[in-house]
Structure formats: structure tokens, C-alpha cells
Design a binder for this molecule. Structure first.
Ligand code: DX5
Ligand code: ZN
Length: 211
């Protein structure tokens, strides 16, 4: 089954509680939590306090934490403690390989993300340590951008490299292109705008699950 991870970056910031309810009611599989440091990407978003408040309000959700940070090693403990189920860091970040080991020791799932221009084979040395790979299908930093289809070939390459974990895609995904992603071997879809700005988010989740 293809899983859906709605990105709260696209939710109304004054109504995060209702956003959680929506994710639960729609039976989405995970909640995608984007963390930005205004250095790795030219934007700022959420910190561990919001994650901890969400986890307390809704402990049953799978918190899919995407760290767009230049030096994630300093912050992974904080996010694990706040309630992350999965922590994904970028291959392009500082101290990438040691940080993956650190995440594993914290007892949460380990993810690695690639910007659109970073080749899949850069993950070869660490592939056996990963629960998931997150393929950025836009330049990270902002919601509401257009998907770059040329990235999708990386999913096939990862499978050819023997990777059997989750392959997630993030950026510009919606009802109009989700089939293309599923056909490429991607099994977790992040949707910000396409979920939270939809008239009927539950119908969007149902459409993903019907793929
Ligand atoms: C982009 C973020 C995405 C973003 C996706 O840097 O990592 O998670 O919220 O938003 P949409 O689905 O609107 O492209
Ligand atoms: Zn993301």
C-alpha cells in the first residue's frame, strides 16, 4: 500500500490542533514535520516544542520529521525526545554518516534525504543503515512548488542498488501526478498543499490508498 504523509507546513499555523484531527480523521499514515534552519534552506519553520505539543495531543500518529538543517547532529536528540518516529537528515548536511548512527542509537527510524541534484549512488556507503530514503522532488525550502519528474528515476536506481526500505518523495505531489510516483517505486507520498488545501482531505487520502 502507498502511504500518505501530509506536511503540516501547508496547514493553517493558527489551527495546528485541527490539522492533527484532520490527519487522523483522514486516516493518513504519517505526519510530515518540516524543520528548516534558514541556512541549509532559505526559510524557517518549526522546532521541537511544537512537535512535543503535537505528540502529547496525539501520541498515536507516526511523526515523520524531515530535518533541513546544515548540522543536524546537534538537534537529533531534541527531536527524538520530542516524539519523532522517524528522523530524516540530508546527505548534503555536515557529519551525515555519523549522524545516521546517532539517530539509530536514539531508537527512532533512520532516513536520508537527497536534494534534486544529488545522485542516488551517494547513499551507497550507508544504504544498509537506512529505514527510508526521502527524495526531494523540489528544491527544499518552500511548499507549493512544481514537482521535478527527472528525480523519479532515483527510486528505480535505489531498488537496483538493493534498497528494500521505504522510498518517500516530497514536493509538488498531488492527485494529478501521484500515479507517476507510485509507478516509479515510491511508497510514501508527502503532500502539503494537495492535502491541507483540499476541499476534502479524506478523499485525497483514500485516493492515495487506492493506488
Ligand atoms: C519542502 C518541504 C515539503 C513541503 C511540500 O521543502 O520539505 O514537505 O511541505 O509541500 P507541497 O506538497 O505543497 O509541495
Ligand atoms: Zn519535507
Amino acid at each position: 500500500m502507498i502511504k500518505l504523509s501530509p506536511s503540516i507546513l501547508a496547514a493553517d499555523p493558527l489551527r495546528m490542533g485541527s490539522a492533527l484531527q484532520l490527519v487522523k480523521k483522514a486516516r493518513a499514515d504519517e505526519l510530515h514535520f518540516d524543520v528548516m534552519d534558514a541556512h541549509f534552506v532559505p526559510n524557517l519553520s518549526f522546532g521541537p516544542a511544537l512537535l512535543a505539543a503535537m505528540k502529547q495531543k496525539m501520541p498515536g500518529l507516526v511523526y515523520d520529521v524531515h530535518l533541513m538543517l546544515s548540522d543536524p547532529s546537534k538537534y537529533v536528540e531534541m527531536f527524538a525526545e520530542a516524539g519523532a518516529s522517524i528522523i530524516t537528515i540530508h546527505q548534503e548536511a555536515k557529519r551525515f554518516a555519523p549522524c545516521l548512527k546517532k539517530i539509530r542509537k536514539l531508537g527512532v527510524q533512520v532516513g536520508a534525504s537527497l536534494k534534486p541534484g544529488t545522485p542516488a549512488e551517494t547513499l551507497l556507503p550507508v544504504l544498509d543503515q537506512l529505514d527510508r530514503v526521502l527524495l526531494m522532488t523540489v528544491e527544499p525550502g518552500f511548499g507549493g512548488q512544481k514537482l521535478m519528474p527527472e528525480v523519479l528515476g532515483k527510486a528505480r536506481e535505489l531498488r537496483m542498488m538493493g534498497f528494500a526500505g521505504d522510498i518517500e518523495a516530497d514536493g509538488g505531489i498531488g492527485l494529478g501526478n501521484m500515479q507517476l510516483l507510485a509507478d516509479s517505486g515510491i511508497n510514501v507520498l508527502v503532500m502539503g498543499t494537495a492535502f491541507f488545501k483540499a476541499a476534502d482531505p479524506a478523499a485525497v487520502a483514500a485516493a492515495v490508498h487506492a493506488l
